[in-house]
Ligand binder design. Structure first.
Ligand code: TMP
Length: 202
């Protein structure tokens, strides 16, 4: 089973992924967690380029680098793991490309982004996607004290468009489950577990 977490920077994905991994481990499930971009040597090297605030990257190049990092992760790790009886949790997947490179950067039309996503994922689609929905104002407050990477330095109107991208996906994708990420940590975790438990019963 493949579960992905999505949301703007500062929405609390890492905290919730840690809690969910512990919860599933305690129930006896084998769980593997990866972050995107990353999770393989090649993908982590590409991540270093993509997040480096010192370098300028053309929007189409950026799109292709995120996609290249993804293809390597899928081929090297995800497809072999998903053949076994394990749960894979991803901190971001191709929906982030739709939101950030599609709606945010407007690098190429969304329909073309969808095609690139299909290639980069080797057609792999998550079973369930938790979208941690948080207002831009609250996200900015949470991330204020941290040093910003190249993506996070993209400005307010970029992030407004990214937010709208995720909202669009949550209205159009059946697997997208929007969670109120403004709640306290435990309440968010409980929302996630209750949706997942229903899914695991099926
Ligand atoms: P992270 O900080 O959640 O690890 O993600 C790295 C940054 O890269 C974050 O600002 C979101 C961005 N990103 C994209 O722009 N496109 C993508 O496809 C992915 C996976 C991440």
């Amino acid at each position: 089973m493949l579960i992905t977490f999505e949301g703007i920077d500062g929405s609390g994905k890492s905290t919730q992924i840690d809690l969910l991994q512990k919860y599933l481990n305690d129930k006896g499930y084998k769980v593997n967690v990866f972050r995107e971009p990353g999770g393989t040597d090649v993908s982590e090297m590409i991540r270093g380029m993509l997040l480096n605030p010192e370098i300028d990257i053309d929007p189409v190049t950026e799109l292709l680098l995120f996609s290249a990092a993804r293809s390597q992760l899928v081929a090297e790790k995800l497809l072999p793991l998903l053949k076994k009886d394990v749960i894979v949790i991803l901190d971001r997947f191709f929906d982030s490309t739709t939101a950030y490179q599609g709606f945010g950067r407007k690098s190429i039309p969304i329909e073309q982004i969808k095609q690139i996503n299909k290639v980069a994922t080797h057609q792999l689609v998550p079973d369930l996607t938790f979208y941690l929905r948080l207002s831009l104002k609250e996200a900015a407050e949470r991330t204020r004290q941290f040093e910003k990477d190249r993506m996070e330095l993209s400005g307010d109107s970029f992030f407004q468009n990214v937010f709208e991208g995720f909202e669009h996906l949550s209205k159009t994708e059946e697997r997208f489950k929007a969670i109120d990420a403004g709640q306290d940590i435990q309440a968010i975790h409980e929302d996630i577990v209750s949706i997942l438990e229903k899914r695991l019963e099926k």
